[in-house]
Design a protein around this ligand. Structure first.
Ligand code: HEC
Length: 102
């Protein structure tokens, strides 16, 4: 069930935004959502504000699709309770700030 949700969210994000990934997301909203729900574990693992998880050389996320899937996965795992559009906002923020997928 969880896997299905992730696949569904990833598919929605990727089909909606093929020209520019996450063009429908608002990075400003995404940053607020992200900073509220997503820094505790990452900071515990990597120190500072945890953003090194996104910038480390061996980061796991290599494509916009993987980014969408990872956000959906962490959303589900942490029970942040985001809607797909919230995930799109956060994807837009993380992509603008760190991943820069085209
Ligand atoms: C319960 C702890 C926890 C919370 C809270 C959490 N994450 Fe994660 N996150 C992880 C772990 C563990 C990894 C995997 C690290 C690895 O594989 O090296 C990860 C990895 C990631 C990655 C991939 C980083 C890379 O290597 O490119 C992204 C993107 C991400 N998380 C987004 C989020 C978002 C968005 C939220 C807020 C909903 C969030 N995380 C909240 C534990 C958490």
């Amino acid at each position: 069930m969880k896997t299905l949700t992730i696949l569904f969210a990833a598919a929605m994000l990727s089909t909606a935004t093929q020209a520019a990934p996450f063009a429908k997301g608002d990075p400003g909203i995404g940053k607020t959502l992200h900073d509220k729900a997503c820094t505790s574990c990452h900071a515990g693992m990597f120190g500072g504000d945890g953003s090194r998880i996104y910038t480390r050389a061996d980061r796991k996320t290599r494509t916009a699709q993987q980014l969408a899937a990872r956000i959906a996965g962490c959303n589900a795992n942490t029970g942040a309770g985001w809607f797909p559009e919230d995930e799109a906002h956060v994807a837009a923020w993380l992509n603008q700030q760190y991943y820069k997928f085209k």
